[in-house]
Structure formats: structure tokens, C-alpha cells
Ligand binder design. Structure first.
Ligand code: CP
Length: 309
């Protein structure tokens, strides 16, 4: 990473002390929001540069910057409404945008785009999702949510369900969980969207226990956290392949029935049929609280990047 800029590229860059400090900052940000915000970053500008659709990530980063007293400039559909459509390279776009702001939050269609961006950026860059690669800020809010809901991360059993190949959040979350002791990950996926070998290799290097199966009920019955994901339709090469994966695993009353009373259901959202809305009324359904936590974690990340540490 060039200079002293603090970038957020991938989940592997986070160690446990950094995560603990980030949780403390996020808790502090919850108070800041309750108090009506702060003017601490008045005069600072955040750019949100999104080449892919988003509701939560873009709007929570923008809300976070407003809550911190800063301002936001944005290209919400950058693939169409930025000069990318005229053939400008990502590197040229980032060089130019660096001159207009103090921090860039970027979502892109290509794996590795965040690394390309920070190689030329003169301000910090936060990866808000790079294709089927990583989504580190989502994983940070996911483990912050586990920490808040369960009061612990060490020793948990987490079932990750659904599209584990294209679902970038499960890659980043798996990497982050290597910072904790005695974690067990149970991956449950349709045959054509299993967890990638490189994620399993990393877990093995770090000594994290995992298993793969196709039995949602068995996984849900033993999990502290049931982490459901959407089948990422937009990333499949054919509709036929998508249809092979879609609809296989749904969290519904039957799954709630076998889950432990103190377990939780998480989902990065958006959902597209893989959690029955009837589940929303169960206190174990934590996914909307999880989305709210995105605001606090992203306020903490903005602070971290603007302070350069
Ligand atoms: N979880 C998540 O990244 O949601 P958005 O695509 O709406 O940003």
C-alpha cells in the first residue's frame, strides 16, 4: 500500500487487536448517532463510486459521512454515468477523483479492482465489493453483529448457506473468523456454488475447523449463527446454472424449529426468496439489526481511514 494511507482492501488485512479497536469505535459511533451526529469531519469529502447496484453499502457509507459532519459526492451507476462508458480506465478515474475528495468508497464488477484503485490513489480507498471477490466492510459489520448479539465470537459454530462461490461476503467473513479461537464453519451449498478452494486453503493454513455438506437442517440445528445468502443471479454464465442453485435452501418455520433458542439468523441482504418473511417476526432474525450495524461500522471505518491508522 503506498504512503501512509490506510486502505480497506480485503478481510485478511485485519488482525484481532484491530478488530477489537474497530468494535470500540463502532460502539462509540452508536452514541454519536444517538446524540444527533458530529461536525468532526466538516470540510472532508467522501466519494462513493459504484459500478454495481447497492442499497445498504452505498447509502450507509453516505449516511455515515453525513453523521460525521462530512460531505459526499457520488456516481451511483458509474458504469453508465461516469466517463468509464467513454473508455476511461479505472486507474485514470481514480487518479482524477483522488483530487476531488479525501476518501473513496468503490464497488466494482471485477475481482482485484480495489487493489488496482489503491495502486494509483492519493487518498484512502475502501473496497465496497469487487465482483465475486471480497466485501470486507460487510464482513466487519457481520462479525460486529455476532459480537453484539451473542456476546462472543470465540467458540462459535456458524453455518454459511447458499451461494458460497459467488457470494463475496462469505469469503471475507471466513477470512475474518480466522482471528478467533475454536470457530467451526459449516458450509451448506448447492453443488455448483460450493465454497472456493482458496478459502478452504486459507482456513487450513490458519487451523480453522470447517465442514461441507448439503444438509441445512443438520447445520441449522447445531449452529450459533445461521448465515444465509442470496444466489447471485447476476454472476451466473447461464440461467440454467442459476436455476440449479436457486431455491434449494430456504430459512423457514421448519428451520427455526430445529435451531437453538439462543442462535441467530444473519443475511447480508438483499434477500430473494431464501428467507421466508414469516421468519422476520422471530427474535432470532437479526438481519435488519445487522444492516443497521453497517452504519456504525462504516462510521468507524471512515474515521480510521481519515485519521490514517
Ligand atoms: N449487503 C450488501 O452489500 O447490500 P447492497 O448490495 O444493497 O449494498
Amino acid at each position: 500500500m503506498p504512503g501512509n494511507l490506510y486502505h480497506v482492501v480485503g478481510a485478511k488485512q485485519f488482525d484481532r487487536p484491530t478488530l477489537e479497536r474497530l468494535f470500540e469505535s463502532a460502539e462509540r459511533m452508536e452514541h454519536v448517532v444517538r446524540e444527533g451526529g458530529t461536525n468532526r469531519y466538516a470540510g472532508k469529502i467522501l466519494t462513493t463510486l459504484f459500478f454495481e447496484a447497492s442499497t445498504r453499502t452505498r447509502l450507509s457509507f453516505e449516511s455515515a459521512m453525513h453523521r460525521l459532519g462530512g460531505r459526499v459526492i457520488t456516481t451511483e451507476n458509474a458504469a453508465q454515468f461516469s466517463s468509464t462508458i467513454k473508455g476511461e480506465t479505472l486507474e485514470d478515474t481514480i487518479r482524477v477523483v483522488s483530487g476531488y475528495c479525501d476518501l473513496i468508497v468503490m464497488r466494482h464488477t471485477e475481482i482485484g479492482a480495489a487493489e488496482r484503485a489503491l495502486s494509483v490513489a492519493t487518498v484512502p480507498v475502501i473496497n465496497a465489493g469487487d465482483g465475486a471477490g471480497e466485501h470486507p466492510t460487510q464482513a466487519l459489520l457481520d462479525i460486529y453483529s455476532i459480537h453484539k448479539e451473542l456476546g462472543r465470537i470465540d467458540g462459535i459454530c456458524i453455518a454459511m448457506i447458499g451461494d458460497l462461490a459467488y457470494g463475496r461476503t462469505v469469503h471475507s467473513l471466513s477470512y475474518l473468523l480466522t482471528n478467533y479461537k475454536d470457530v467451526h464453519i459449516h458450509y451448506v451449498a448447492p453443488e455448483n456454488v460450493k465454497i472456493p478452494a482458496e478459502v478452504k486453503r486459507y482456513l487450513e493454513e490458519k487451523g480453522v475447523s470447517y465442514e461441507e455438506s448439503t444438509d441445512l437442517i443438520q447445520a441449522a440445528a447445531t449452529a450459533d449463527v445461521v448465515y444465509q445468502t442470496r444466489i447471485q443471479k447476476e454472476r451466473f454464465l447461464s440461467l440454467e446454472d442459476y436455476e440449479k442453485a436457486y431455491g434449494k435452501y430456504v430459512i423457514d418455520a421448519a428451520v427455526l424449529e430445529v435451531m437453538r433458542k439462543d442462535a441467530i439468523v444473519l443475511h447480508p441482504l438483499p434477500r430473494a426468496g431464501e428467507i421466508d418473511p414469516a421468519v422476520d417476526h422471530d427474535p432470532r432474525a437479526a438481519y435488519f439489526r445487522q444492516a443497521q450495524n453497517g452504519l456504525y461500522i462504516r462510521m468507524a471505518l471512515i474515521e480510521k481511514c481519515l485519521e490514517g491508522r
